[in-house]
Design a protein around this ligand. Structure first.
Ligand SMILES: Cc1ncc(COP(=O)(O)O)c(C=O)c1O
Length: 387
């Protein structure tokens, strides 16, 4: 690849790219040696494959401060994990609280449940800085509230929500609190015991530096989730009932061994680099980008005045210009990959006043550099100057 062809990749909130070479190498090597069905056969290779799965459950349990490795449930991604948790916890007549910052992976299961007449729900707003207010959660809690589900960090504006306060309100009332850590895990410490949440839903392919197709849930021991999918688990095969035992109760079908190998290597990579170091480096670049944008009068940034309690995600528009056009020019003329549109979070954009066109999101990752940011600022200055 020549410098000319090099892409400046600023769509890390969609998926991190590139992946660390050691993650890719490990996926290739281990899967070539042990790519058999884990947890099913009794032959040695199957046991070794199963050992990788068990080790990764342990690793993830430790990484998120979970109670027990058997409460680490593998899923395809965060969407799959959130569906498993939301549909498995909602009971007829129940009530759910969430927020207007959510991704469609929360909004759509909730909307489906409401359309089916199963639950009602309320969505708390976010303020001028992009944060939800724990008091709003408190005011909406009622005896039939069965679940609070909230994104830890917004995938549109990057704000990190006040989780501990909301968790305390939930725990006082015995309401399970599910935290969507899709945008935070890997850059912000997520410890379930410290945050006192009942579960986290994660995806492997973003800041955890794994491949697509792997994600999961980590459940506190006291949280019981009803299965909503049924099938082979490799245990209790004579019974037509789904096993009650975790993790298999919520893991029907052959699990994604290749994804698990990559996820495990990804978590080892970020742990070695130190998530606080990755965060510090990304936020240094994010601040420089924000400050550069702030000097351009025509660039409107959303909820980025205060970058404390923030991940390295910025969303902006150029006055009078369609977000998709800006994204296309950045890509076509400057080889800068961003994400324009609604970012699967339609209510966030509605409340920001950016619907229906949305905005252009710049999201930094562990392989971005100062020259990347400076190139983006030069490109934006050029685009603004020609208008
Ligand atoms: C906050 C948030 N939650 C959930 C998801 C869904 O993640 P996945 O597509 O990996 O299922 C995303 C994806 O961008 C997200 O940003």
């Amino acid at each position: 690849m020549t410098d000319e062809d090099r892409i400046i990749y600023l769509d890390n909130a969609a998926t991190t790219f590139p992946k660390p070479p050691e993650v890719l190498a490990e996926m290739h090597e281990v899967y070539a040696k042990l790519g058999v069905s884990p947890g099913r056969g009794t032959y040695d290779l199957a046991s070794q494959a199963d050992e990788i799965v068990s080790r990764t459950r342990n690793q993830i349990c430790q990484f998120f401060g979970g109670d027990s490795p058997d409460r680490v449930i593998f899923a395809n991604n965060a969407t799959d994990a959130l569906n498993t948790a939301i549909l498995g916890l909602a009971k007829p007549g129940g009530h759910v609280i969430s927020s207007r910052l959510e991704h469609n992976s929360v909004l759509r299961p909730l909307y489906y449940l409401r359309q089916e007449g199963i639950v009602t729900y309320d969505l708390v707003p976010f303020d001028e800085q992009g944060f939800t207010d724990p008091q709003d959660f408190r005011n909406l809690m009622r005896p039939e509230t069965q679940l609070v589900v909230l994104t830890h960090a917004s995938n549109v504006i990057g704000t990190v929500q006040p989780i501990a306060e909301i968790a305390a309100l939930c725990n006082e009332r015995g309401i399970p609190f599910i935290l969507d850590v899709t945008q935070s895990a890997g850059v912000v410490p997520v410890n379930m015991k410290e945050l006192e949440v009942a579960a986290v839903a994660f995806t492997g392919h973003k800041a955890l530096m794994g491949p697509t197709g792997i994600g999961g849930l980590v459940l506190r021991k006291d949280l019981e989730i009803q299965p909503t999918r049924f099938g082979g688990t490799g245990v209790d095969s004579s019974s037509l009932l789904q096993t009650d035992d975790y993790p298999f109760r919520l893991e029907a079908g052959t699990i994604n061994l290749l994804g698990i190998i990559g996820l495990s290597a990804g978590i080892r990579y970020i742990t070695r680099r130190g998530i606080e170091n990755i965060y510090r480096e990304e936020m240094m670049l994010c601040r420089r980008l924000r400050d550069g944008f702030a000097e351009m009068d025509q660039v409107h940034l959303y909820r980025a005045n205060d970058l404390n309690n923030h991940v390295a995600v910025l969303m902006c528009n150029i006055a009078g210009m369609d977000a998709r056009d800006l994204g296309d020019i950045l890509d076509g003329d400057f080889h800068i990959a961003t994400r324009s549109g609604l970012h699967c979070a339609p209510l966030t954009h509605l409340d920001l006043g950016t619907s229906p066109a949305g905005g252009v999101r710049f999201s930094l990752g562990p392989f971005n550099t100062l020259p990347d940011v400076d190139a983006v600022l030069r490109a934006m200055r050029e685009i603004v100057a020609t208008r």
